[in-house]
Design a protein. Sequence first.
Length: 185
Amino acid sequence: MPFSSTEEALSFAETSVLYNSTMLAYIVKIPITEKETYENILIKPVKRNNTIINIVFNNIIKKENKILGINSECKTINSISICNKYQIVSLVNETCITKRLNSKQNPTCQYSNANHVKPIEILQPGLILLNNFNGTVNNSLEEMSVAGTFVVKFSNLTIKINNDSFYNGETLLTGALPVRTQFAP
Protein backbone atom coordinates (compact mmCIF):
# COMPACT_ATOMS: atom_id res chain seq x y z
CA MET A 1 0.00 0.00 0.00
CA PRO A 2 1.22 3.53 -0.72
CA PHE A 3 0.04 4.83 2.64
CA SER A 4 2.65 6.02 5.10
CA SER A 5 0.38 5.80 8.15
CA THR A 6 -2.91 4.39 9.37
CA GLU A 7 -4.35 7.91 9.45
CA GLU A 8 -3.47 8.40 5.79
CA ALA A 9 -5.13 5.09 4.84
CA LEU A 10 -8.24 6.02 6.81
CA SER A 11 -8.48 9.36 5.01
CA PHE A 12 -9.20 7.38 1.81
CA ALA A 13 -11.66 5.08 3.58
CA GLU A 14 -15.38 5.04 2.96
CA THR A 15 -17.61 4.19 5.87
CA SER A 16 -21.14 2.84 6.14
CA VAL A 17 -23.35 2.04 9.09
CA LEU A 18 -25.95 -0.73 9.06
CA TYR A 19 -28.54 -0.98 11.79
CA ASN A 20 -31.34 -3.29 12.73
CA SER A 21 -33.17 -3.63 16.03
CA THR A 22 -30.45 -5.73 17.69
CA MET A 23 -27.23 -4.88 15.92
CA LEU A 24 -25.18 -1.94 14.72
CA ALA A 25 -22.46 -2.64 12.14
CA TYR A 26 -19.75 -0.26 10.95
CA ILE A 27 -18.23 -1.03 7.56
CA VAL A 28 -14.91 0.57 6.68
CA LYS A 29 -13.76 0.18 3.07
CA ILE A 30 -10.10 1.00 2.38
CA PRO A 31 -9.10 0.83 -1.30
CA ILE A 32 -6.79 -1.92 -2.46
CA THR A 33 -4.09 -0.25 -4.48
CA GLU A 34 -1.24 -1.16 -6.76
CA LYS A 35 2.16 -0.09 -5.58
CA GLU A 36 2.90 1.73 -8.82
CA THR A 37 3.99 5.32 -9.05
CA TYR A 38 2.96 7.27 -12.13
CA GLU A 39 3.98 10.68 -13.36
CA ASN A 40 0.97 13.02 -13.40
CA ILE A 41 0.90 15.21 -16.52
CA LEU A 42 -1.41 18.15 -17.21
CA ILE A 43 -1.93 18.74 -20.94
CA LYS A 44 -3.30 21.99 -22.29
CA PRO A 45 -3.84 22.82 -25.97
CA VAL A 46 -1.56 25.61 -27.16
CA LYS A 47 -2.74 27.93 -29.93
CA ARG A 48 -0.71 27.95 -33.12
CA ASN A 49 -2.02 29.67 -36.26
CA ASN A 50 -5.43 29.86 -34.52
CA THR A 51 -5.64 26.06 -34.28
CA ILE A 52 -5.13 23.59 -31.45
CA ILE A 53 -4.59 19.85 -31.22
CA ASN A 54 -7.78 18.06 -30.16
CA ILE A 55 -7.12 16.68 -26.70
CA VAL A 56 -9.46 14.13 -25.17
CA PHE A 57 -7.82 14.06 -21.72
CA ASN A 58 -6.24 17.07 -20.01
CA ASN A 59 -4.96 14.90 -17.16
CA ILE A 60 -2.94 11.81 -17.88
CA ILE A 61 -0.63 9.57 -15.91
CA LYS A 62 2.46 7.92 -17.35
CA LYS A 63 4.82 5.17 -16.28
CA GLU A 64 7.44 4.24 -18.86
CA ASN A 65 5.39 3.53 -22.03
CA LYS A 66 2.09 2.99 -20.18
CA ILE A 67 -0.10 6.08 -20.60
CA LEU A 68 -3.56 6.42 -19.07
CA GLY A 69 -6.14 9.19 -19.39
CA ILE A 70 -8.04 10.36 -16.31
CA ASN A 71 -11.69 11.03 -17.13
CA SER A 72 -12.79 12.32 -13.70
CA GLU A 73 -11.06 13.76 -10.67
CA CYS A 74 -9.27 11.22 -8.49
CA LYS A 75 -9.26 11.44 -4.70
CA THR A 76 -6.13 13.26 -3.53
CA ILE A 77 -4.90 13.71 0.01
CA ASN A 78 -1.46 15.17 0.72
CA SER A 79 0.74 13.93 -2.12
CA ILE A 80 -1.19 10.71 -2.86
CA SER A 81 -3.86 10.40 -5.53
CA ILE A 82 -5.94 7.26 -5.89
CA CYS A 83 -7.97 6.70 -9.03
CA ASN A 84 -10.74 4.16 -9.29
CA LYS A 85 -10.27 1.79 -12.24
CA TYR A 86 -13.35 3.37 -13.84
CA GLN A 87 -11.70 6.80 -13.75
CA ILE A 88 -8.80 5.84 -16.03
CA VAL A 89 -8.65 4.87 -19.69
CA SER A 90 -5.77 3.26 -21.54
CA LEU A 91 -4.40 5.48 -24.30
CA VAL A 92 -2.59 2.67 -26.11
CA ASN A 93 -4.59 3.34 -29.30
CA GLU A 94 -4.34 7.14 -29.09
CA THR A 95 -1.69 8.19 -31.60
CA CYS A 96 -1.17 11.91 -31.11
CA ILE A 97 -0.44 12.53 -27.43
CA THR A 98 1.17 9.15 -26.74
CA LYS A 99 3.62 9.57 -29.61
CA ARG A 100 4.43 13.13 -28.56
CA LEU A 101 5.06 12.00 -24.98
CA ASN A 102 7.23 9.13 -26.16
CA SER A 103 9.23 11.56 -28.35
CA LYS A 104 8.24 10.00 -31.65
CA GLN A 105 8.22 12.34 -34.61
CA ASN A 106 5.28 13.19 -36.87
CA PRO A 107 2.34 11.86 -34.88
CA THR A 108 -1.09 11.85 -36.48
CA CYS A 109 -3.16 14.52 -34.75
CA GLN A 110 -6.58 16.04 -35.28
CA TYR A 111 -6.81 19.85 -35.12
CA SER A 112 -9.64 22.28 -34.49
CA ASN A 113 -10.27 26.01 -34.39
CA ALA A 114 -8.84 27.74 -31.30
CA ASN A 115 -11.31 30.62 -30.96
CA HIS A 116 -12.76 29.15 -27.75
CA VAL A 117 -9.37 28.89 -25.99
CA LYS A 118 -8.85 31.66 -23.44
CA PRO A 119 -5.56 33.58 -23.62
CA ILE A 120 -5.29 33.60 -19.78
CA GLU A 121 -6.00 30.41 -17.82
CA ILE A 122 -5.37 29.75 -14.14
CA LEU A 123 -3.98 26.23 -13.94
CA GLN A 124 -3.66 26.24 -10.14
CA PRO A 125 -2.91 28.87 -7.50
CA GLY A 126 0.31 30.59 -8.53
CA LEU A 127 0.43 29.00 -11.99
CA ILE A 128 -1.10 30.75 -15.02
CA LEU A 129 -0.98 29.75 -18.69
CA LEU A 130 -0.71 32.63 -21.15
CA ASN A 131 -1.80 31.02 -24.42
CA ASN A 132 -0.83 32.93 -27.57
CA PHE A 133 -0.98 36.00 -25.36
CA ASN A 134 -0.11 39.54 -26.36
CA GLY A 135 -0.11 42.04 -23.51
CA THR A 136 1.55 43.13 -20.29
CA VAL A 137 2.55 41.34 -17.10
CA ASN A 138 3.28 43.45 -14.02
CA ASN A 139 4.68 42.08 -10.74
CA SER A 140 4.77 45.45 -8.89
CA LEU A 141 8.53 45.73 -9.50
CA GLU A 142 8.52 45.76 -13.27
CA GLU A 143 6.17 45.63 -16.22
CA MET A 144 6.91 43.42 -19.19
CA SER A 145 5.34 43.28 -22.62
CA VAL A 146 5.02 39.67 -23.72
CA ALA A 147 3.87 37.97 -26.88
CA GLY A 148 3.55 34.20 -27.23
CA THR A 149 2.77 31.27 -24.97
CA PHE A 150 4.13 31.26 -21.42
CA VAL A 151 3.59 29.67 -18.04
CA VAL A 152 3.78 32.24 -15.24
CA LYS A 153 4.68 30.88 -11.80
CA PHE A 154 4.53 33.12 -8.74
CA SER A 155 4.07 32.95 -4.96
CA ASN A 156 3.46 35.45 -2.16
CA LEU A 157 2.80 38.06 -4.79
CA THR A 158 0.07 39.89 -6.68
CA ILE A 159 0.62 40.14 -10.41
CA LYS A 160 -1.36 42.00 -13.03
CA ILE A 161 -1.94 40.57 -16.46
CA ASN A 162 -3.56 43.15 -18.75
CA ASN A 163 -4.93 44.93 -15.66
CA ASP A 164 -6.47 41.74 -14.17
CA SER A 165 -5.00 41.01 -10.73
CA PHE A 166 -3.96 37.54 -9.56
CA TYR A 167 -2.75 36.79 -6.04
CA ASN A 168 -1.03 33.72 -4.66
CA GLY A 169 -0.15 33.82 -1.00
CA GLU A 170 1.09 31.10 1.26
CA THR A 171 -0.26 31.01 4.77
CA LEU A 172 1.68 29.13 7.39
CA LEU A 173 -0.55 27.94 10.20
CA THR A 174 1.14 27.19 13.48
CA GLY A 175 -0.44 25.66 16.52
CA ALA A 176 -0.25 27.09 19.99
CA LEU A 177 3.20 26.89 21.48
CA PRO A 178 3.51 24.74 24.61
CA VAL A 179 3.66 26.55 27.91
CA ARG A 180 7.21 26.32 29.24
CA THR A 181 6.78 28.23 32.45
CA GLN A 182 3.67 28.63 34.49
CA PHE A 183 3.61 31.22 37.18
CA ALA A 184 1.72 30.35 40.33
CA PRO A 185 0.15 33.05 42.48
